[in-house]
Design a protein around this ligand. Structure first.
Ligand code: ZN
Length: 84
């Protein structure tokens, strides 16, 4: 029972703002007609997070200069069990 809904895809210019310094990065993204504004912004946030070093999470969007925890090298985390 697959429903193939023909979606109209089109390029849309979306701006992602840094919540700390206000830096903005603008790109064109392919979006669909049925995507909400939030979904479209999510595409842009994922792109800058993956390709431009941004940190986009529930805490906000941060440019590479402002992101809180840069993961430069995956260090071994000390597994200290604090269960008592
Ligand atoms: Zn910033």
């Amino acid at each position: 029972m697959a429903i193939n809904t023909p979606l109209t895809a089109f390029p849309l210019s979306i701006v992602v703002f840094c919540d700390r310094c206000g830096t903005e990065v603008e790109h064109d993204y392919m979006v669909h007609d049925l995507m909400t504004r939030e979904q479209r912004l999510a595409v842009a946030r994922e792109h800058v997070a993956r390709n431009e070093g941004w940190s986009c999470s529930a805490d906000g969007d941060f440019c590479p200069d402002c992101k809180p925890a840069p993961q430069l090298e995956p260090d071994e985390t000390d597994a200290e069990a604090e269960a008592g």
